[in-house]
Design a protein around this ligand. Sequence first.
Ligand SMILES: Nc1ncnc2c1ncn2[C@@H]1O[C@H](COP(=O)(O)OP(=O)(O)O)[C@@H](O)[C@H]1O
Ligand SMILES: [Mg+2]
Length: 257
Amino acid sequence: MKSIVILNNKGGVGKTTSVVNIAGALARKGKKTLLIDLDPAASASMHLGLDKNSASFKTLCDFIIDGAPESDDYIQNTAFHKLDCLPSEPALSDFYEEMAQEQDGGFFLERRHLPRKYEFILFDSPPNMGSLAFNALALADYVLIPVQTQYLALNGLQLTLKTVDKVRRHLNPGLKILGIFGTQFDRRTRVARDVLQLLRETHGPLMFKTAIGVNSKLVEAYNAQKPIIYKTPAARGALEYTALTREIQKRIKSDTA
Ligand SMILES: Nc1ncnc2c1ncn2[C@@H]1O[C@H](COP(=O)(O)OP(=O)(O)O)[C@@H](O)[C@H]1O
Ligand SMILES: [Mg+2]
C-alpha cells in the first residue's frame, strides 16, 4: 500500500480535480484505491457521488468523533469499481480544530487506520494547512504537488515545498516528494509555456512530463459526479490524467524497486 497526499497550500489550483481523476484512473486500471477527503468542503467526496445533501452515510467526521479503532465502517463504496472513499462533510471544520485542541497534538489518523487491502490511498487536502493536513503528511509515503501554470503560483509552490521540509524535520523524515505537475495549463498563452519551462529548469527531475491542460470536460465530469475517465474517456483531460497516472505509477515502482 502506498499513500499519497495531494498538496498545495493554495486553493483553486486543481488539487481536488487531480486527486479524483488520478484515483479514477488507478481504479480503472484495476488498482484498489481509497480516496480520503480531508477537506470540509467535501468536493472530492461529491465528485465521487458522495453528497451528504442527498444521502446519509458515515464520514471522516463521524470516524473522528466516534474515536473508532478501525476506519472500515466509515469507508464508502463509490459507483466506480475498485474505488472507495472515506468522505468528508462540512461539519468536519467545526469539530476538528476544537477536538484537536482538546487532544494533545490533534492527530486522529494513524497508520493502522489505513487499510492494507488498498494498493493506493490518496488524500485530498484542504486549502489551509490545518492539523488534519499535517496529520496526513505525518503518515504518508509521498506528496504530489499540482501547480497552476501562472507566475503567481510559483510563490505558492515555494511555500508548499517549505511545508514538506518542515514535515520531514518534525513529523515524517521518510516523506518523499513524488513530483510536481502543471495544472490548468493553457498552451495557447506565452505565460503558461514560460512558467512550465521555468518549472522544468528549476525542479527538473521532480517535474512530471505530463501537464494537465485547461479542459471544460473536467468541470463537466465534476458536475456529473464522475471521474473523467468514466464520463468522457476520450477527452483530452482524461488522456492527460491517464498519462500522469502512468508516470506516477512508474515513479513509485522505481522508488520501491
Ligand atoms: N484542468 C482544468 N481545466 C478546467 N478547469 C479546471 C481544471 N482543473 C480544475 N479546474 C476547475 O478549477 C476549479 C478549482 O479546481 P479544484 O480542483 O477544486 O482546486 P483545489 O482543490 O485546489 O481548490 C474547479 O472549479 C475545477 O473544476
Ligand atoms: Mg479542493
